[in-house]
Each structure stands twice: as structure tokens, then as C-alpha cells.
Design a protein around this ligand. Structure first.
Ligand code: HH2
Length: 360
């Protein structure tokens, strides 16, 4: 387990970042456009140094932090290079925490497929780069769904949407992964970090599919919020992700195919979620693109006062998405694509000083 980490501090964006890098005063975070001017060398005393003065014996940790990882799943963000990918959520569930599950609307058969198609098409037209299709709610206390039921829910939706966009399948089950990939999904998103199903790593390795590995405390969503405790949530999550990354590599899934996710809300109190957002740049040191899913989660409700959930949490969710993007998130998992993309376009332009692609 790594006991040394580099935590980038003193972030710069836009023209100032480029000038500071050129002058040797800052280093790029994952290849830029964000740069960092200071670093905390966790595991050394004193720990705070200028980014330009990170000692040579920390170089093994520095390179994955400053070099751009390969584009996740080969995808290029519609918002332009340097912007995050936007992942639109399509939940084929009756009980999703976000309140958007298509089964909650009582839809079945053709009507369900039509509704999923319309939702996916609208997200793509609004700027989503990929869609995440889920058939099991992982909210605290949600009843588990069998892989057979999960497949029954999502396979027709995957078949309908696969010709239109890159799809990820949000599942912990190897059977569902295999069937969803055969039906046209391209990416596996496993909230258990490949721990739930002993066959999952093999299925992903053999398929060649890109993988999202997420942190969840324990391996049972029903109990993850019972009494979550960490020594230091960011370091604990970083160590967990390092371990799961090593396990995935050992199973034959190359690192360049993997994105990592701190798993906001999965066994975390508000203070844990905030710490992870704030210290996201530390996780960049694992050398993989980072995914952040804050959209409509309970912490957003707690912070914003939008306790009723669902769409009412959209403005707070956008604030979290922009903050994550500015701290190095490469993929944002969101329910409200139109509104998030609009906000990102303005945010990206303001940070960079550039007009966005097709901006008027
Ligand atoms: N969050 C949810 C589900 N899947 N996958 C990743 N990688 N990261 C996340 O943060 C994440 C996820 C929970 O959100 P939602 O899909 O809206 O709720 P539910 O699980 O209740 O369907």
C-alpha cells in the first residue's frame, strides 16, 4: 500500500497556468489545462514544497500526476479538449435515489424503450458524451436486484441506445456485464470496484472493455451509510483505489483502460464527500482519469437545503460538477445534462478565456 502521496495545491487555470508552467513555476495536472504551484508531500517532513522543487526521489509519484492519461475509452469531449466528458444517467429502476428511474413512472415494454430512447437522445443532443445505463438502485437501503432481473430491465434499453452513443453499464454483476456488452454497451461501471462478483474481473478482462472502478465503503450498499468512518477519507479512498487498480491489472485489465471514482455518497458522510471533492487532485496521482458523480446526491440536498431530492437538487449538483471539473475530474456523471453542459460551457470559457467550440 502506498504510504507516500503528492497532493497538488495552489491550482492555476487558463493563461496563468500556461505561463507558470512555461516559466517552470507550476506543473500540469494530468497534462493540463489546470496547473499546480505547490505540493504537499505526504509521508515527508516538512511536507509543503513549491511544485518546481519536488525532489527527484518523488519522481515515480510525480509522473502519473502530471502526464495526461490516455483518453478514457478513446472518447473526445464534445466540449473540447481540456473539458470533462459528460456522462448522462439513464436509470431503468423503480427506486433510484435521484428520482429519475424509468420504472418509477410505471413504464413497461415498448413504452419503456421509447421513454429511454427519448431520454438518451435528449441527453446526447444536449451534449452528453456517453450514457450510463443502470438497472439496480444502489441507494442506501435499496433492495438488491438479481442479475436476471437487471438484464431484463436494461438489455432492451441498451440495444435501443447502443447505435446512438457509447454506453456504460452500471452493474456489480458479471452476468449483467457480459450480457450488456453483448447487447452493445462498451464500458463497465462497477460501483463495487470489481469486489461484488468474483467473475467480474475476468469478464471485463476478456471483453477488452474500458472500466470504471469506484470506491464504496464495504461491499453492501444496504449498510454502507450505517456508520462510515475513515482515518483520513482521501488517503483511505486513494489507497483503496490503488489496491483495486492493482487487482484489475493483475486480472488482465490494463491501467490505460481504467477510470477511477471516489464514489461520493457510497459510505460517506457530508464531511467525507466534501473532503474528497476538495482533495480530488491527490487522486490524480493514480494516473487514471477521474470520474465524479455528485449529481442529485444527499450531500447536495444537505448543503443546498433541497431536501426533497430529485430535480430540485439540480443547481447544487451543477455547482459540484463545476468544482470537480476545475479540480481535475475527466468525467462527470450527471442526471441534468442540458443544464450541466450549459454551465460547463460558461465555466470552461471563463477559466480559459477562450470561446467554446461553436460558441457564438
Ligand atoms: N452513483 C450512483 C450510481 N452509479 N457510478 C459511479 N461510477 N459513480 C457514482 O457516483 C454513481 C454510480 C448513484 O446515483 P443514481 O444512479 O442516481 O442512483 P441509484 O443508484 O439509486 O439508481
Amino acid at each position: 500500500m502506498p504510504d507516500r502521496w503528492i497532493e497538488p495545491l495552489g491550482l492555476l487555470t487558463g493563461p496563468a497556468a500556461a505561463s507558470a508552467i512555461a516559466a517552470g513555476l507550476a506543473l500540469p495536472l494530468h497534462g493540463g489545462p489546470t496547473a499546480f504551484t505547490l505540493a504537499r508531500l505526504i509521508g515527508r517532513d516538512p511536507d509543503l514544497v513549491p511544485a518546481a522543487a519536488i525532489p527527484a526521489d518523488w519522481r515515480d509519484l510525480l509522473l502519473p500526476l502530471i502526464e495526461a492519461p490516455p483518453p478514457f475509452a478513446g472518447l473526445v469531449p464534445k466540449l473540447g479538449s481540456g473539458a470533462p466528458l459528460v456522462m448522462g444517467v439513464v436509470n431503468v429502476t423503480p427506486d433510484s435515489v435521484s428520482g429519475d428511474g424509468l420504472l418509477a413512472a410505471g413504464l413497461t415494454g415498448e413504452a419503456l424503450i421509447e421513454a429511454a430512447l427519448a431520454q438518451g437522445q435528449a441527453m446526447l443532443a444536449s451534449g452528453a458524451d456517453l450514457l450510463d445505463i443502470g438497472g439496480e438502485s444502489t441507494r442506501p437501503g435499496a433492495a438488491p436486484v438479481t442479475p436476471e432481473e437487471e438484464c431484463h430491465r436494461i438489455l432492451p434499453v441498451i440495444q435501443a441506445l447502443a447505435p446512438l452513443a457509447p454506453l456504460s453499464v452500471d452493474t456489480r454483476n458479471a452476468l449483467t456485464m457480459r450480457e450488456a456488452l453483448a447487447a452493445g454497451a462498451r464500458i463497465v461501471n462497477d460501483v463495487s470496484g470489481l469486489r461484488h462478483d468474483p467473475d467480474a474481473a475476468r469478464v471485463v478482462a476478456e471483453s477488452g472493455a474500458p472500466l470504471i472502478l469506484m470506491h464504496m465503503l464495504g461491499d453492501d450498499p444496504r449498510h454502507m451509510q450505517d456508520d462510515p468512518r475513515y482515518d483520513d477519507v482521501t488517503l483511505d479512498v486513494a489507497a483503496f483505489l490503488a489496491t483495486r487498480l492493482a487487482a484489475a491489472e493483475a486480472a488482465g485489465i490494463p491501467r490505460h483502460r481504467i477510470a477511477l471514482d471516489p464514489g461520493l455518497g457510497f459510505g460517506k458522510l457530508l464531511e467525507h464527500n466534501l473532503a474528497l471533492l476538495h482533495r480530488l487532485p491527490l487522486l490524480a496521482g493514480l494516473g487514471c482519469p477521474l470520474l465524479v458523480g455528485a449529481s442529485r446526491k444527499r450531500s447536495i440536498g444537505r448543503l443546498s437545503g433541497a431536501t426533497e431530492g430529485g430535480k430540485a437538487r439540480m443547481p447544487g449538483s451543477i455547482a459540484a460538477a463545476l468544482f470537480a471539473a476545475a479540480r481535475g475530474a475527466a468525467i462527470l456523471r450527471v442526471h441534468d445534462v442540458t443544464e450541466t453542459v450549459q454551465a460547463l460551457r460558461v465555466h470552461q470559457a471563463a477559466l480559459s478565456g477562450d470561446t467554446p467550440p461553436d460558441g457564438r
